[in-house]
Ligand binder design. Structure first.
Ligand code: HEC
Length: 124
């Protein structure tokens, strides 16, 4: 009987934790993504992600307007972000990429949240 109670308690615990540990809500992810963006991306892409950050003057390529990702190119936004972070995005022939490679310096959850944020601010 005792062990049955224990089992029930464990099962309840799993369900309970499952709810708590479930993926953060979309809203939460967007909020966190905005915070990460302000830390890692804002200097070039600007506070509104429109490509008007304070470092623009010092770059050879204008950081893209990241609110227009949906309007440009065939790749989905998540792929654009993943590629850019890994330095695998395309630039015009003869140009040298100005965006630093972040890759392993950003945790997957951070990249996910930044992606959710960028998705939420796309122009139609
Ligand atoms: C030092 C300036 C700089 C920083 C910091 C920076 N970027 Fe960029 N980004 C650029 C520039 C410049 C481009 C245009 C392409 C290039 O020159 O590499 C670009 C292009 C992009 C693109 C478009 C890629 C495509 O598919 O065309 C995405 C998406 C992007 N950045 C996301 C980010 C994210 C997310 C961060 C923060 C984690 C970030 N960038 C940080 C400068 C920067």
């Amino acid at each position: 009987m005792k062990s049955r109670m224990l089992l029930l308690a464990i099962a309840a615990g799993i369900i309970g934790n499952g709810t708590v540990l479930a993926a953060p809500s979309q809203e939460e992810a967007i909020k966190k993504g905005r915070e990460h963006f302000k830390i890692f991306c804002v200097n070039c892409h600007g506070v509104n992600a429109d490509g008007k950050g304070p470092l623009v003057e010092s770059l050879k390529i204008t950081p893209y307007d990241l609110t227009a990702l949906k309007q440009t190119g065939d790749l989905c936004i998540a792929e654009r972000v993943l590629r850019a972070i890994a330095g695998l995005h395309d630039v015009a022939a003869g140009q040298k990429k100005d965006m630093p490679v972040f890759s392993g310096n950003l945790e997957s959850i951070t990249v996910y949240e930044i992606t959710q944020y960028l998705k939420s601010i796309q122009k139609e």
